[in-house]
Write a protein that binds this ligand. Sequence first.
Ligand code: NAP
Length: 296
Amino acid sequence: MPAAILDGKKLSADIISGLRAEVVAREQDGLAVPTLAVILVGGDPASQVYVRNKRNACEQIGIRSVMHTLPDTVTQAELLALIGELNHNIDVHGILVQLPLPAHIDPESVIERIEPHKDVDGFHPCNIGRLAVRMPDLRSCTPYGVMRLLALAHDDLKGMHAVVVGASNHVGRPMGLELLLAGCTVTTCHRFTRDLASQVAAADIVVVAVGKPGLVKGEWIKPGATVIDVGINRLPDGRLCGDVDYEVARERAAWITPVPGGVGPMTVAILMENTLRAARKGDRVVTEMLLQQAGV
Ligand code: NAP
C-alpha cells in the first residue's frame, strides 16, 4: 500500500486560521497589531516568490508586514544599520531577512545583528543554542514545521532512529536538535558521509534537506519508515521536486511528504507562529516600560 501523505498544506491552513483567531483576540484586548519587518535585498525571483507567500500569510492572519526592499548594491553596513533601527523600534515585533543575500554580504553577521527576541526565522545563534540546551524559544521554522508534521504520524518519537541528510545551519543542524529533543536517536549525514544508502536504510524517520533531486533513492527507504523531503528543486521542465525519489519511496514508506505541499507551507505557518510569539514578548516589554514610567 502506498504511503499516507503528510499534508503540509492542510496543517498549515489549520495553524493559520488558529493564529487569525489569536490576532482578533489581541485586537479586542487592545494589544498591538503583530508586526513583521521583511527585508529583501536584490531581485532574486525565487526570493520574491517566498516573500510574497509570507506576506500573503501575514495578510490572512492580520499580521502587519512592513517591506524594506533594498538594491543588491546595498552595503553590509547599511543593512546592519537598518536592522539596528528595527531592533529598537517597539512597533516591530519580528525581523525577517530573506536569504540568500548577495555575495558581498556575510549572512551570519546579518543574522547575529537581529535581536534574538525578534528573530522570527529562529536562525540566531542564541535561538539555536537554546534549542541545543533544551530551552527552545523562537525555533527555526522549517525544522519545527517538520516536527509538527511528524506529530500527525506519530504520538511519540522517543527511541526512533532518525536520519537527517544535510547539515546546514538553517535546516539540517536545527533539525537534528529538534529530533534529539523529541527523544530520537539521531544520525546527521552530510557531504562527507560514507555510504549514505546504508544510513538511510536504517532509519525509522528520514529527513532530507540537501537540494539535489533524486539524491535519496526510493529503494533505500526502510519499509514502514516516515520520509520527510525538505528539498525544493526546479526541474528543467519547470516542475518542482524534492531530494527523494518520490514514486519509489512512497511504495515503501508508511508516511511521506509531497513536494510541493509538504514542508514548504509549514515553514510559512511556523514563521507566522513565531511572529505572534515575538509580539507577546513585545507586549511584556511595553508593560515593563509603562510600569517603569509610572515608577512602579
Ligand atoms: P544548503 O545550505 O545548501 O545545505 C545543504 C546541505 O546538504 C549541506 O549540509 C551539505 O553538506 C549537504 N550535502 C550536500 N551534498 C550532499 C550529499 N551528497 N550527501 C549528503 N549531504 C549533502 O541547503 P539548505 O538551506 O539546508 O536547503 C536544503 C534544501 O532544502 C534546498 O533544496 C532548499 O531549497 C530546501 N529548503 C526548503 C525549505 C522548505 O520550506 N521546504 C526551507 C529551507 C530549505 P555540507 O554541510 O558538508 O556542505
